[in-house]
Design a binder for this molecule. Structure first.
Ligand code: NAD
Length: 373
């Protein structure tokens, strides 16, 4: 059983899909590890650290030759996988809806592509869930990015020269990233409020010491769809939400938006007119900018200024914390593959529930139900 770890090829991607820690653990399971030279450099992991852990550090072609499982953070360019043996697994964040042509190419190459972001949100798969581990770091980093752009302090400070008032932070979308954003902003001493379409989040907001801001008494109010994800809301709800947000947002210094709907463009939560009501020097961080954006005017990869308000649209926020993001991503991959390790066969054998959820391609075809709908 040979496992190949690739150097990421996407622009700005600094993470790596295995660390010396997970390399050692795979070797203990009986696997042979081949790491592409330089794979960990941007995540502060030297080639020598992989060698010390027992991996061979080699060029890409040597890593891929005879590999049974290929690990990546993002899906590699299919053209760079020439020579991979048919039936090899590719386990990575494959962005199946956004990179459909690549999925087809993996199928054509006979690769069994496993999309880690399709891991079901069930208790036993929590330790395998890249969306959670990476979103958690994004939520944290979003607050630090906001603090970095903000020309004022977060906590209230009473000094001999006078008092600095606490920043008001509003978090929109209270999933994994939003919860961490609330917690981080609170730790920095901000006054925090938050909203979501799922009413179950109210308790969570309160438990973190923040104030829930919710639309009440409107038809179609329960925004919880299958698997705990949000659904698209009724027109009546959206109008009520826009009104509530308008009143609230004008009083905020920092807004962090994280709202996503699986398989759909991100919902638009803040219009340009609403941005204009915020005071100059305020900061908005749009974590959904790569999925279409929650904020009108947000630009992927840029910090733009609209009406004196900075709108931060960093791409690939987890990659901005490459060392920790790689450590958690790598553990997710190890937890996934080791949970299904069949000692007799010396390789993982997936069960139906998780296998069918994550498997995109097999035997030359696209087989995933979410892609065939
Ligand atoms: P997500 O990234 O899909 O979306 C972020 C948040 O945006 C969600 O809370 C969503 O409700 C919210 N949102 C969507 N549209 C909105 C709108 N118009 N206005 C305001 N908010 C809006 O969410 P996520 O972080 O992936 O979490 C989704 C669910 O999965 C949650 O219920 C979470 O608790 C659950 N979860 C379960 C597990 C597990 O059991 N393994 C792991 C992680 C998350």
């Amino acid at each position: 059983m040979k496992i190949a770890v690739l150097k990421e090829g996407a622009d700005g991607e600094r993470r790596v899909a295995a660390t010396p820690e997970t390399v050692k653990k795979f070797i203990q399971l009986g696997a042979e590890l081949a790491v592409e030279a330089g794979a960990g450099t941007d995540a502060s992991i030297a080639d020598q650290a992989y060698r010390d852990a027992g991996a061979a550090v080699v060029d890409r072609a040597t890593a891929l030759a005879g590999a049974d499982i290929i690990l990546g953070v993002q899906g590699p360019d299919p053209a760079s996988l020439a020579g991979v043996k048919p039936g090899a697994w590719l386990a990575a964040g494959l962005n199946p809806f956004g990179e459909r042509a690549r999925v087809d190419a993996y199928a054509a190459a006979g690769i069994e592509a496993l999309a880690m972001e399709f891991m079901p949100r069930i208790t036993r798969a929590q330790s395998m869930d890249i969306l959670s581990s990476q979103s958690n770091l994004s939520g944290y980093k979003a607050v630090l990015d906001a603090a970095g752009e903000y020309g004022r302090a977060f906590p209230m400070m009473m000094t001999a020269a006078g008092t600095v008032s606490a920043a008001k932070v509003f978090v929109m979308g209270v999933g994994v990233a939003g919860l961490q954003a609330i917690a981080t902003a609170r730790r920095l001493g901000a006054q925090v409020s938050a909203t979501d379409v799922r009413s179950a989040t109210k308790e969570q907001i309160l438990s973190l010491g923040a104030k829930p801001i919710f639309v009440e008494n409107v038809a179609g109010i329960e925004g919880e769809g299958s698997g705990g994800y949000a659904t698209e809301m009724s027109a009546e709800y959206q109008a009520a939400q826009a009104e509530l947000v308008s009143a609230h947002i004008a009083k905020q210094d920092i807004v962090i938006t994280t709202a996503l709907i699986p398989g759909r463009p991100a919902p638009r939560l803040i219009s340009d007119a609403q941005v204009a009501t915020m005071r100059a020097g305020s900061v908005i961080v749009d974590l959904a900018v790569e999925q279409g954006g929650n904020v009108e005017g947000a630009v992927p990869g840029e910090v733009v200024v609209r009406h004196g308000v900075k709108i931060v649209g960093h791409r690939n926020v987890p990659s901005r914390l490459a060392a920790d993001a790689s450590a958690l991503f790598s553990r997710n991959l190890f937890n996934f593959l080791s949970a299904f390790w069949d000692k007799e066969q010396g390789r993982p054998v997936l069960d139906e529930e998780i296998g069918d959820a994550v498997r995109l391609t097999r035997d030359g075809k696209v087989v995933n139900a979410r892609l065939l709908q």
